[in-house]
Design a protein around this ligand. Structure first.
Ligand code: SF4
Length: 700
């Protein structure tokens, strides 16, 4: 056949999917991306996974919104529209940008002026740039006048961040995943990096191949197990039992690093006394792991010269997520496994920019750089910088905002690049709450399930269409560059935020992310010595960065922790059941998550041909023996029911699952996993229990 013409140009940017932050080259011809290749970035060295390489078809999908939409007067908001947003298209009319922006801002201003600032809320995006996240939270705080601003970190690593801030004074990783090259032992717990952080997984496999002892710990098996020296398959929801038994072993058998504990920590006696009763023998039947294996992995970790812990949603998406993380932090502190090459605590961040969006202040209880809203010094600094009065009270979190909307306490929202009508737990409530809002403005690429309930829909620009910085799981701030223009009629997200801000009375004149970066860096001391010009030159700089010619520090806290005393704290965690245990009526446990091919609520990947053809529909995965017991074959229709809802989908056989556990990905609207999930929150991180609820499985 004929050879395809070569691309006209290759634009250096970042993958728009996960927090690994792979550097990509978008190969462009006639203003279309034809191919994506891996570049030599610090987190990928040329590697890409299937999403990064083949997941760009959504850019030119015919569903792409190119004109603003306004709800037709009298067109009812029906939560059922979330089942088929295309059908809801008839409830909207196209509008000019001027009319749509005027209408969007007027509705928000009306609610602010009549009902007070706290009647408004905003969900920003972890899929946009740092500069967009910064401006979004500044708009909500200074234009709306409330701290009711959050984003998907609340559904992701909020519990990890709560525990890390409390324990070591910083919510980010202490070392990049590439530090695995120097690790003697690596624990991966509650994470499936081969599916969710595939390029990070390659570094872990490389480490195992060169001789590191890899320990995988999870109720489910994963492809990483093949590379592991120890595979700890524990009972779902019993992380604290497993980890406290390890802590007990390390202390009782005097395996801990006395010198490190004395020099760098406080409250050792509290943790020592607390875990005294958690013997491996006592925990083994609860954890579903033998006492021998609990002891063995504790020995491996504690005796290693260098050891890392990496974790994911299995740890954090739980009503005990903060407690689970407290145990991991305690383990690392006890054994002095922080701050040296090959050591570290690494919560694998999900979205491409969830680290950066959190750093930029898209969090209701914290301003940029995790400074609490009640911190008078931080507030005074930002009031001067922003020329505005700021509320010292923390705002509401994602799920709390939905509850407030359901009660009628929140009446207006601005949602940019988030899809709570799919991603919230017990999503029927979120859908009803969104439908109840007096005014909902949604900015997105498509008419999402959330946009189907909007008053105004503003077409968004996609990542490969814009410039901006993003921060990956390794704390590497990297520059994304526009490879193609947005479709005709679509505006840049940053410009849309600015236009709304102006209409809400803010005198903003930012026209490009480079105009925003210096102010954002001033509001975010962690970004010291990182400038837009440096990013343009160097592409990637890690924070913290000690000087204008330094690359940034990969491994932190070798000398002191960023706490008042300079020491880290042990915080004990007690054993408690998940919020909803299986019973005779709902005898299985449901766990939810992602698949390699699909990203979150599927908005982008289900519109990317190669990915969608690999995983075209929703499935409920069960262990082969469970399928047989239920008289089911793969492909048979099953009905899953919980106390909150029911869905029907195809059964799938998955030998990585233990008996009694059902896995459903949450990317599929036609069988939305979150119709089933439990909205109960972790008390500290306010994260819902997506990984555990009681479910019934029936043949249809
Ligand atoms: Fe993109 Fe993550 Fe895959 Fe890298 S590992 S290509 S960042 S989805």
């Amino acid at each position: 056949g004929r050879r395809a013409a070569p691309p006209e140009r290759e634009v250096a940017s970042i993958c728009p999917y996960c927090g690994v932050g792979c550097q990509v080259g978008f190969r462009v011809r006639e203003n279309r991306i034809e191919e994506v290749v891996g570049r030599d970035g610090p987190s990928n060295q040329g590697r890409l996974c299937v999403k990064g390489r083949f997941g760009f078809g959504y850019l030119t999908h015919p569903d792409r919104l190119t004109r603003p939409l306004i709800r037709i007067e009298g067109a009812a908001k029906d939560p059922a529209d979330c089942l088929n947003p295309h059908a809801a298209r008839g409830k909207f009319r196209e509008a000019s940008w001027e009319e749509a922006l005027d209408h969007a801002a007027a509705g928000l201003a009306r609610i602010r002026d009549a009902g007070g600032s706290d009647a408004l809320a905003g969900f920003g995006s972890a899929k946009g740039s740092n500069e967009e996240a910064y401006l979004f939270q500044k708009l909500v705080r200074t234009g709306f006048g409330t701290n009711n601003v959050d984003h998907c970190t609340r559904l992701c690593h909020a519990a990890s961040v709560a525990a890390l801030l409390e324990g070591i004074g910083s919510g980010a990783v202490t070392a990049p995943f590439t530090a695995a090259r120097d690790a003697e032992v690596i624990i991966v717990i509650g994470a499936r990096p081969t599916e969710n952080h595939p390029v990070a997984a390659t570094y872990l496999k490389d480490a195992a191949a060169r001789g590191a002892t890899l320990i995988t710990m999870d109720p489910r098996g994963s492809a990483l197990d093949r590379h592991a020296a120890e595979v700890v398959r524990f009972a779902a929801g019993r992380d604290v039992a497993v980890l406290n038994a390890m802590l007990h072993t390390v202390i009782a058998e005097e395996l801990y690093d006395r010198q490190y504990v004395a020099a760098h920590t406080e409250d050792f006696a509290t943790i020592r006394d607390h875990v005294a009763a958690y013997t491996p023998e006592a925990m083994a039947p609860i954890a579903g792991v033998s006492a021998g294996q609990l002891r063995r992995v504790a020995h491996l970790y504690a005796r290693a010269r260098s050891a890392m812990i990496l974790w994911g949603m299995g740890i954090s998406q739980s009503t005990h997520g903060t407690d689970n993380t407290r145990c991991l932090i305690a383990l690392a502190l006890l054994c002095g496994q922080v701050g040296r090459p090959g050591t570290g605590l690494h919560p694998l961040r999900g979205q491409n920019n969830v680290q950066g969006a959190s750093d930029a202040g898209l969090i209701p209880m914290m301003f940029p750089d995790y400074r609490r809203t009640g911190d008078d010094t931080a507030r005074a600094h930002l009031e001067r910088l922003w020329n505005a009065r700021l509320d010292p009270r923390p705002g509401l979190t994602v799920v709390e905002i939905m509850h407030a909307a359901e009660r009628g306490d929140i009446c207006g929202m601005y949602v940019m690049g988030e899809n709570p009508a799919m991603s919230d737990p017990d999503v029927n409530h979120a859908r009803a709450a969104l439908a109840r809002l007096g005014h909902l403005v949604v900015q997105d690429l498509f008419l999402t399930e959330t946009a189907a309930l909007a008053d105004v829909v503003l077409p968004a620009s996609a990542w490969p269409e814009k410039d901006g910085s993003v921060t990956n799981t390794n704390r590497q701030v990297q520059l994304g560059r526009a490879a193609v223009p947005p479709p005709e009629g679509v505006r840049q997200d940053l410009a849309i935020i600015v236009e709304l801000a102006r209409r809400l009375g803010l005198p903003w004149s930012y026209t490009h992310p480079r105009d925003v970066f210096p102010e954002m860096a001033e509001a975010t001391p962690s970004l010291a010595n990182i400038t837009w010009e440096r990013l343009e030159r160097e592409g990637s700089i890690t924070y913290p960065c000690a000087g204008p010619d330094q690359p940034g520090r990969e491994i932190v806290f070798g000398d002191r922790f960023p706490t008042a005393s300079g020491r880290a704290r042990f915080v004990p965690a007690g054993l408690a059941d998940p919020a909803e245990m299986p019973d005779a009526q709902y005898p299985f446990v449901l766990t939810t998550g992602r698949q390699l091919e699909h990203w979150h609520t599927g908005t982008m990947t289900r519109r990317a041909g190669p990915l969608d053809s690999l995983e075209p529909g929703p499935t409920a995965a069960l262990a082969p023996a469970e399928l047989a017991r239920l008289g089911l074959s793969p492909g048979d229709r099953v009905r899953l029911a919980t106390r909150r809802g029911a869905i029907e989908l195809a059964a799938r056989s998955d030998p990585t699952l233990p008996d009694g556990l059902v896995f459903v990905p949450f990317a599929f609207r036609e069988a939305a996993a979150n119709l089933l999930t439990n909205p109960q929150l972790d008390p500290w991180g306010k994260i819902p229990e997506f990984k555990f609820c009681a479910v019934r499985v029936e043949r249809v």
